[in-house]
Design a protein around this ligand. Structure first.
Ligand code: FES
Length: 322
């Protein structure tokens, strides 16, 4: 099937058995998306012509009225016929070239009982540009892929650092926590995603859950090491203290940077800690990354404290259906 994207007029081919978003990404078109699991609504498009279907049923991120009005979530929708879709495209992000590259695992380090740090080395002759907050896909046999945020900022590009959580039965994380050794060769594609740092002068509020900390670390380092100075606070929530695997580094960072505040959260939901102690949020740029319930709670509750919904940027770490 042919899919044409408006207003850019770009087009790509989609097979009937693959989500339209997967086809777009495979052909290096970085259309807006986040969770890839049908819950966050970021990949919503208007279908101007043609028909789509959801083999797993209508996903939770779209209701019947929106569907009837011609909207679709392309991380789940399959093309039934040629499509014309309308989407917002983010020029400064989509202009970054998406590449497929080999990547050598240079180093592995257990960061927490269930989180492995991977340091990937890319070919020296292949420049790889990305923006703080973006992610890569690791390509697996059978055209499967797994997404991981890049935890280091572009100005420190010797390696790509990933934080891999051990998922029960996970096709890739099972290897990482099983047979994988330093020296392993992977194939990656990226950079992907629209969760990127936007320059500004107002305060920043970073809210992470679990390994949702990874893209926030890249953003935090971009801000503190490179960008114009601005106030920044990081609330990082996890189930146990051991899961806050960068806690010592963050405490030390906060001690060195008077404009940076770090709040570890293990005893309550992280959005509750934010609402209790972050103060008024008018004029604050919010970046939230982590499991969908955490991201949903941030998006639902922070506007009541003054946050501008248009300045809440989020990366929802869902698992797309296999
Ligand atoms: Fe499609 Fe989240 S609903 S990316």
């Amino acid at each position: 099937m042919k899919v044409q994207v408006l207003p850019s007029r770009r087009h790509f081919e989609a097979r009937p058995d693959e989500p339209v978003l997967t086809a777009a990404l495979r052909q290096h078109l970085n259309l807006p998306h986040s969770c890839k699991g049908g819950s966050c609504g970021t990949c919503r498009v208007r279908v101007l012509s043609g028909a789509v279907a959801y083999p797993h049923g209508r996903p939770p991120g779209i209701d019947a009225a929106e569907e009837a009005a011609g909207f679709a979530l392309i991380c789940q929708a399959r093309a039934r016929e040629d499509l014309v879709i309308e989407t917002r495209e983010i020029r400064h992000v989509t202009d970054v070239e998406i590449r497929e590259l080999p990547a050598r695992v240079e180093r592995m380090e257990r960061l927490a009982p269930e989180v492995m740090g991977l340091w990937l080395r890319l070919p020296a002759i292949e420049p790889f540009d990305w923006q703080a907050g973006q992610y890569i896909d690791v390509m697996l046999p059978g055209e499967r892929r797994r997404s991981f945020s890049i935890a280091n900022p572009p100005h420190d590009a010797a390696f790509l650092q990933l934080h891999v959580r051990h998922a029960p039965g996970g096709a890739f994380s099972g290897q990482v926590f099983g047979s994988m050794k330093a020296g392993a060769l992977l194939h990656i594609e990226g950079p992907l995603g629209q969760f990127v740092y936007r320059e500004g002068t107002g305060p920043l509020l970073l809210i992470g859950g679990g390994t949702g900390y990874a893209p926030l670390k890249a953003i935090l380092r971009a801000v503190l090491e490179r960008s114009a100075p601005r106030d920044a606070a990081l609330y990082w929530g996890a189930r146990t203290q051991a899961d806050l695997y960068d806690d010592a580094w963050l405490r030390e960072l906060a001690a060195r940077h008077p404009r940076f505040r770090y709040v570890p959260v293990t005893e309550e939901f992280v959005h509750e800690a934010v609402l209790r102690s972050a103060g008024p949020l008018a004029g604050v740029d919010v970046y939230a990354a982590g499991p969908p319930p955490m991201v949903d709670a941030v998006r639902a509750t922070l506007p009541a404290a003054g946050a501008d919904p248009a300045r809440i940027f989020f990366d929802s770490f869902d698992q797309a259906p296999a």
